[in-house]
Design a binder for this molecule. Structure first.
Ligand code: URA
Length: 239
């Protein structure tokens, strides 16, 4: 439980600078419990607080934990250079809150991307010591053979890696469709592993992280949603 002044609350939720938030409040643009809250010094219990700002309802959240269905041709980088950044798919307030992608997907990879403004959460999720399986659906240029599957399961040597990297699981889902599960998150890992095994990845989609699947989230390409505590628990590392 914590109480904060209204201007600090609005600022913490990404509505802008303290000065701008005070102006919003004094202009009557912030509604709490059905009435304009016009004194920025008034303190409110933040737990469960619901604010209406410019007719849109926002629940106070100390931190943001989001899932985005990343479309192709969006970059995860903070300073995108060739395509729009994934942050452009979220409400503007989230940029003010410094929401970031948890790990990265290539600009042409689609699928499940976690996003948050909680530094320790991002750090913990991205740690190489954390063995959370990530499930990818890869489309390959050459047909998938038993030998390819065996090689990916055994491990392939990538440049700049001290030891071979192996898939946790690898299943042919069609002549050119491979479901591959990885526990590491190295740069271009799926594409590089396929290339090292003599094939080429022509399209890549991440369908799940741990037990959290895009299908269960039910969001369409380009859409995002808040993650519940139950959904976050599905990101726990495998035993
Ligand atoms: N592996 C890749 O090669 N690219 C991604 O975007 C994710 C995993």
């Amino acid at each position: 439980m914590s109480k904060l002044s209204l201007d600090r609350i609005l600022q913490s939720q990404g509505f802008g600078t303290r000065k701008y938030c005070r102006a919003l409040i004094e202009d009557g643009d912030v509604i709490i419990d059905g009435a304009p809250a016009t004194n920025y010094k008034t303190t409110y219990e933040t737990d469960g607080l619901v604010l209406t700002v410019f007719d849109e309802e926002w629940i106070y959240r100390a931190h943001l934990y989001l899932a985005l269905y990343k479309p192709a041709n969006f970059e995860c980088s903070r300073k995108p250079s060739h395509h729009p950044g994934v942050l452009t798919l979220l409400p503007e307030q989230f940029t003010w809150r410094e929401v970031q992608p948890v790990g990265r997907l290539d600009h042409d990879t689609t699928g499940l991307l976690l996003m948050s403004d909680d530094g320790p959460f991002i750090h913990a999720q991205s740690s190489p010591k954390r063995h959370v399986p990530k499930i990818y659906q890869a489309t390959t240029e050459q047909p998938i053979t038993d030998a390819l599957v065996a090689e990916l399961l055994k491990g392939v040597q990538l440049h700049d890696e001290p030891a071979p990297l192996a898939a946790v699981s690898c299943i042919a889902r069609g002549d050119h469709q491979l479901e591959i599960v990885l526990e590491q998150g190295k740069y271009h890992q799926v594409k590089r592993m396929l290339a090292a095994a003599g094939n080429h990845c022509s399209a890549l989609h991440r369908s799940a992280i741990g037990g959290l699947t895009l299908e269960a989230l039910g969001i369409a390409e380009g859409e995002w949603c808040y993650l519940t505590d139950e959904q976050l628990a599905l990101l726990a590392p495998s035993a």
